[in-house]
Structures are given as structure tokens and as C-alpha cells.
Design a protein around this ligand. Structure first.
Ligand SMILES: Cc1ncc(C[n+]2csc(CCOP(=O)(O)OP(=O)(O)O)c2C)c(N)n1
Ligand SMILES: [Mg+2]
Length: 309
């Protein structure tokens, strides 16, 4: 969680310098979900993200250097400078990709789970998406198919109340995503997405169940996005949410909740925390230096690795 937070704060600080050209959707405030879920995965399980997926890449343990280089559009980036923040992947650690198409990776994860089942491999596919993805028809088709075929897939919904600037109450008659999944035959639960231990325990049991043939599961994680929908700033001036609402969620910061618990239980000291912070910041700085000093892709590479007619 600390690494995700520090990486994204570095991105937010660097962004106004205009060297990062791609849009960035920061997951600050929602770090407990990727951290908890990835901790519950087995080495060869796979996970898909959405447009807000930095946390999954980092929590899966993929290289920070080539991630930051990707944001800088460099040839050394994990997408050779062509994927940017929304379409990156790290298949070497089972992070199979992210997508700007809302709900786009949901059916792909279900298809992967179908492949695992047909091949008789004991693997699980996990897909993370926002509450906005549950506005899409494909989400319900995916739930139905996963339940019908009893597939080893776990759906993680980050319900942060908003899809861009639209509150869930102006998009859906009921804020009951977990309940809706059950109607399709997918067992589901709603949890506190800012409590990393709760996320970890729930994901662990859903993944175990899926691996042993129990079929799909949906976890609805209640959480909140701190920064603007896209970009590195606070956006209460836009009028779609209040500063007071944001401040209430600062108090539920997933890192602070976890740190306070560990300090209270005397499992960690302030000195340990500062040491961790220093280590992470050193790694982030090295990644930024690597990105800045890397070369841009050459014009000849423009049409390589992309679909074309
Ligand atoms: C199919 C599709 N429709 C609309 C958009 C425009 N769009 C981009 S992000 C977004 C909202 C996503 O909200 P949510 O899924 O709740 O994720 P969050 O941004 O809150 O993490 C929308 C509507 C899109 N990218 N793809
Ligand atoms: Mg949302």
C-alpha cells in the first residue's frame, strides 16, 4: 500500500512538468484493494485491471522502472511506450492487462477462467473494475456465463460511488451490486474496501473456493477515490462532490488505519515505518531517473506491435 501511495504521489508531483503525456487515473485512497487481493493470489493466478490499475501492477510485484518509463512514453517502458497508464500489462507476474473500455476486461477474465477449466489447470482469474462497470450490459452477461459454467473467476468491484462525475444514485435505482450478483447465481459479499485485512481474508477465501471448483464469487469493496477522476489534482471545485465528503474519507485512509493498528499492537514502530518509506522513495526515485534517461521509441517503431489493416 505504501509503495502504491508513494508511486502515485510521485506521478502527481511530476505530472504538471508535462513530460508524462498519457492520462493518469490515480487509485490514491483505494490502495487496500489491490494490496489485499494480490496478497491472496497464488503465483500463477492471473489478474486483470481497469483504467485505474496502477495498484495492481505494483502489488503484483512488476518492475517499477519499466512502469514509470511507460508513463513517460519511452521505448524501455512495459508497453514499449505505446500503452501509457491505461493499457499496460505485466504478464510475467500474472498482471494480464488493463483497459480504458469500462467493463472491457470483465468478459476477458471470464474467458480466461473458462480456458483454465477446459485445460484442467487449478488457476483462478481475478478481475477488478469500478461501480461504473456495473452500468454495462456485458457485466451481467459475464456474471451469468461464469455462474452457468461454474468458472474459477473472482470479480472485485471497487465501489467508490462515482463514475467520472456521476453519483451512483443518478445512474442506478439501487446501490446493491453484491445483491445483484447473487440473483445471477454468483455468491457475493460487500466489505470495507479500505480495510486491507478484510480485503485479504475475503479474497483469499473466494480464490480458494474458486480454485477448488466452487465457481465464481463477487466482492464489492466500499471505498473512495481521493484525486480527480483523471489527473493529479483534488477536484472539489468542480461541484460534483463536497470537500466535506472527501475529508470524511481522509479519516478512513487505508494506510493510516493499518499503520495505527500495527503500532497499537506493537508490531511496528515509527522508526520501522520511516525506514520503509525511505526504501520505497529511493526505489521510486531510481525508477523516475531510469524513465527520464530512457530513449523515446523511434518513428520506425510506430506501427510495430499494433493491429493494422
Ligand atoms: C464503454 C465505456 N463507456 C464510457 C467510458 C468513459 N468513462 C471512462 S471512465 C468512466 C467511469 C468509470 O467509473 P468506474 O467504473 O466506477 O471507475 P472509477 O473511475 O470510479 O474507478 C467512464 C464512464 C469508457 N471509457 N468506456
Ligand atoms: Mg467508480
Amino acid at each position: 500500500m505504501l509503495k502504491i501511495r508513494q508511486v502515485e504521489q510521485a506521478i502527481a508531483a511530476l505530472y504538471p512538468g508535462q513530460e508524462i503525456k498519457c492520462p493518469v487515473h490515480l487509485c490514491t485512497g483505494q490502495e487496500a484493494i489491490p494490496a489485499g487481493v494480490c496478497q491472496a493470489l497464488a503465483k500463477n493466478d492471473i489478474v486483470f485491471g481497469s483504467h485505474r490499475a496502477h495498484g495492481y501492477y505494483i502489488a503484483r510485484g512488476a518492475s517499477l522502472r519499466i512502469f514509470i518509463a511507460e508513463l513517460y512514453g519511452k521505448a524501455s517502458g512495459c508497453g514499449k511506450g505505446k500503452s501509457g497508464s491505461q493499457h499496460f500489462a505485466a504478464p510475467e507476474v500474472g498482471f494480464m492487462g488493463s483497459s480504458a473500455i469500462v467493463a472491457g476486461t470483465v468478459p476477458i477474465a471470464v474467458g480466461s477462467a473458462l480456458a483454465f477449466k477446459m485445460q484442467g489447470r487449478p488457476l483462478v482469474a481475478v478481475v477488478d473494475f469500478g461501480d461504473g462497470a456495473t452500468d454495462e450490459g456485458i457485466f451481467y452477461e459475464a456474471l451469468n456465463f461464469a455462474a452457468l459454467k461454474k468458472l474459477p473467476v473472482v470479480f472485485i468491484c471497487e465501489n467508490n460511488t462515482y463514475a467520472t462525475h456521476a453519483h451512483i444514485r443518478v445512474r442506478q435505482a439501487k446501490n446493491n451490486i453484491a445483491q445483484r450478483a447473487r440473483v445471477f447465481g454468483v455468491p457475493a459479499t460487500k466489505i470495507n474496501g479500505n480495510n486491507v485485512l478484510e480485503v485479504f481474508r475475503t479474497a483469499k477465501s473466494a480464490i480458494k473456493r474458486a480454485r477448488s471448483g466452487g465457481g465464481p464469487f463477487l466482492i464489492e469493496c466500499e471505498t473512495y477515490r481521493w484525486m480527480s477522476h483523471v489527473g493529479p489534482e483534488y477536484d472539489c471545485n468542480l461541484g460534483y462532490r463536497s470537500e466535506d465528503e472527501l475529508k470524511q474519507w481522509f479519516k478512513k485512509c487505508p494506510l493510516k488505519v493499518f499503520q495505527d493498528l500495527f503500532i497499537q499492537k506493537k508490531l511496528i514502530t515509527d522508526t520501522d515505518l520511516n525506514k520503509m518509506l525511505d526504501q520505497v522513495n529511493t526505489e521510486v526515485k531510481a525508477a523516475v531517473d531510469f524513465a527520464k534517461s530512457s530513449l523515446a521509441p523511434s518513428p520506425q517503431d510506430l506501427l510495430m506491435d499494433v493491429y493494422r489493416l
